[in-house]
Design a binder for this molecule. Structure first.
Ligand code: MF3
Ligand code: CO
Length: 250
């Protein structure tokens, strides 16, 4: 495993890619309502990124067909945009990446479509909190699994489970770099966190069991038990001191 440390100049470029991702997600958020299709959201995302000089990061990555991953309800990640219309009460995960000047940004949010069940709202809140708990651990001197542990602990304390089949990742000139960032584990393991590390931290949290399976389309991951799943992701940079810089936050 070799972790590519980024220089301050490289991190400024990554901040541009990350900002474009964040702005695109913000634009998509305004379009979320019953009736809009995930395919329409994908088109909006691609147009938004290209109009600002970026390149969609996922389209063509391992033959993934679209700009956006749009994962509804029991879909965990990698939902392929389609003619499926959102309905009141759904939750939708939007996962997006962009390339600017050769560097990647990657972020995801899960949103409510209209009014959702209180338990679903709790799942969204706890998953975003778990991401933030992980980010709080992303400081110089900690070890990688301190991030993982904080995420798992928060999700499980709320009675939910973390998905173990997908992980966060280093990010830079490639979408997926070392190290892998699991959303579970004992603290105090793995590499020490250093200035120049840029990580995409991305907990996936299920209301029921942690098991997932992949649909026939070979991409869409769904919960084995059909329970709801939420996903939040930020691209962050470890700072010389103090808390990480969240590059995908506006
Ligand atoms: N955020 C996800 C990841 O880091 C999205 C990748 S989707 C893919 O893996 F299509 F690009 F694979
Ligand atoms: Co990612």
């Amino acid at each position: 495993m070799s972790i590519e440390l980024k220089t301050p100049d490289e991190i400024e470029i990554m901040a541009k890619a990350a900002k474009l991702v964040a702005e695109t997600l913000q634009a998509l958020k305004k379009e979320i309502r019953p009736g809009i299709t995930t395919g329409e959201l994908d088109r909006l995302a691609e147009d938004f990124i290209r109009s600002r000089g970026g390149v969609p990061a996922f389209k063509g990555y391992r033959s993934y067909p679209n700009t956006l991953c749009a994962s509804v309800n029991e879909q965990v990640v990698h939902g392929i945009p389609s003619k499926r219309a959102l309905r009141q009460g759904d939750i939708i995960g939007l996962d997006l990446g962009a390339i600017v000047e050769g560097f990647y940004g990657d972020s995801a949010v899960t949103l409510a479509v209209g009014t959702i069940h209180p338990k679903a709202a709790e799942l969204l809140r706890v998953t975003e909190e778990a991401l933030n708990k992980g980010i709080e651990q992303a400081v110089v001197g900690n070890r990688l699994s301190d991030i993982s542990h904080a995420i798992q602990r928060h999700a499980e304390a709320a009675g939910f489970s973390v998905v173990m089949d997908f992980v966060g990742h280093g990010i830079g000139r490639q979408l997926h770099e070392d190290p892998q960032v699991p959303n579970y584990g004992q603290p105090g393991q793995g590499p020490r966190l250093q200035v120049g590390m840029v990580l995409a931290i991305e907990p996936m949290v299920n209301m029921g069991g942690s098991g997932v399976r992949i649909l026939e389309d070979r991409w869409t991951a769904v919960t084995q038990d059909g329970s709801l799943s939420a996903h939040f992701e930020h691209t962050i940079a470890i700072q010389p001191s103090g808390p990480a810089r969240i590059l995908t936050k506006l």
